[in-house]
Design a protein around this ligand. Structure first.
Ligand code: ZN
Length: 421
């Protein structure tokens, strides 16, 4: 494909042609000591600048395919017919004032077709599988990537095999089943499910959609950065807060912003605030140790979408956060649940635990003055709260049960007192 200049290894820096490397760097391979040979797609930007400019964007449809000139798919690729992308960015100045910052913006990716940010990656991944001639695609996922892959496979008529940790939230597993994916609930962690999926892909010749190793998936994720940059051109926020599990999402969002600056659509870049759950914080630790080495461990957090003990995109993530002049914080599960309730009740946006982890991290960063009172922040809500109803129920008080009696209502209204100002 002419628009792709190279697939470049983030570890050894070697460049490969598309037909030389399917997933990871053939020289580095994947080593459990932290060198994963992750590849980055480099475009012929000079060539693509003839196709990708302000006029093109003015004419293009409001979905992720407006970015096709800088996505790793053929110009005539068979694309999913689901509506993907151009999710709204909403502004909450009053809540920002209450929290002590200049402004707060939310981009709600919980509105994507299967309810999560992962739809951006699955859209590109499934289209790539079709382009490469595969009829079966697989992935290992903590939940959202799986439900998303299942939905997009249904849309494009691909067969899918999905490896999910057996403890994945019910809402997500229900999605897999309704889309008639071949669901395999693995009695193990995400990391164990991941290796099993990789072995199966090799054994049966399936296309492996795992974002961690598939270089094209992050290109789908980058559309969130491309979109946010375009939607906020002229008022680029000082910070973008993003929950971090594997590291692929934050790196993708950063790549999107950087490309929009390269093409002259924006003239300023935000700083990244990476947020991990305390029970799964290897990238946070590497950031503060000042290197790119992660120490894997068994993840323990209710934010299942970022419960990754052995990240594979730490190099891309750490470089993105450092390049942006950003920061990393880690938050407890209690802070995540509290952010979930606080955000929903003050904005009407209901995010799943990982989808609001960036908000918990933002509150922490405001307290320790990493984010200043004069600064603006964009948070990308990466998943819909209905995907994990159990966590939502833990986040808020029980509903009150009454008899069919106005007196019961009266007693409650009296106990509640006047509406707070
Ligand atoms: Zn390499």
């Amino acid at each position: 494909m002419e628009k792709i200049a190279a697939l470049r290894c983030v570890e050894c820096g070697k460049a490969f042609r598309e037909d030389e490397a399917m997933y990871t760097c053939p020289s580095c391979g994947t080593r459990p000591d932290g060198g994963w040979g992750i590849l980055d797609v480099e475009y012929d930007y000079e060539r693509q600048a003839r196709l990708f400019h302000k006029d093109h964007l003015q004419r293009a449809e409001r979905n992720i395919w407006r970015y096709l000139p800088i996505l790793p798919l053929a110009d005539n690729a068979k694309l999913p017919s689901l509506q993907i992308g151009w999710t709204p960015i909403m502004e909450f100045p009053e809540l920002a004032r209450r929290w002590g910052i200049a402004n707060l913006y939310l981009k709600d990716d919980g509105r994507l077709p299967t309810g999560s940010f992962k739809d951006r990656a699955s859209a590109v991944g499934t289209a790539k599988a079709v382009e490469l001639g595969f009829d079966t695609i697989c992935c290992a996922s903590t939940g959202n990537a799986a439900s998303s892959l299942a939905g997009f496979s249904a849309n494009l008529g691909l067969r899918s095999y999905i490896f999910v940790p057996a403890h994945a939230p019910e809402g997500k597993v229900a999605q897999l089943r309704i889309f008639k994916s071949n669901v395999l609930l693995v009695e193990g962690t995400y990391d164990e499910a991941y290796y099993l999926c990789q072995e199966a892909a090799e054994a049966f010749g399936w296309y492996n959609r795992n974002c961690a190793i598939n270089p094209y998936l992050i290109e789908g994720k980058k559309t969130a950065g491309l979109e946010a940059a375009e939607q906020m051109a002229g008022k680029i926020p000082d910070w973008v807060s993003v929950a971090v599990g594997d590291g692929c999402t934050i790196a993708g969002i950063w790549k999107g912003f950087v490309e929009m600056k390269r093409f002259g659509i924006i003239d300023k870049l935000p700083r990244l605030l990476g947020v991990q759950a305390e029970g799964a914080q290897p990238i946070f630790e590497a950031f503060h140790a000042g290197d790119e080495t992660v120490r894997p461990r068994r993840p323990e957090t209710l934010a299942d979408s970022i419960a990754v003990g052995q990240p594979r995109n730490q190099t891309k993530a750490l470089r993105a956060i450092r390049e942006s002049g950003g920061a990393m914080v880690a938050v407890s599960d209690e802070e995540i649940l509290s952010a979930m309730y606080e955000l929903a009740q003050k904005t009407g946006v209901f995010g799943e635990p990982a989808g609001v982890t960036g908000i918990a991290g933002l509150l922490r960063a405001i307290t320790d003055e990493t984010v200043k009172s004069t600064e603006t922040v964009l948070h990308i809500v990466s998943g819909n709260g209905l995907k994990d109803v159990r966590s939502a129920q833990r986040a808020c008080p029980d509903a009150r049960r009454i008899n069919v009696s106005l007196d019961d209502v009266r007693a409650i209204v009296a106990a509640d007192g006047p509406r707070p100002a």
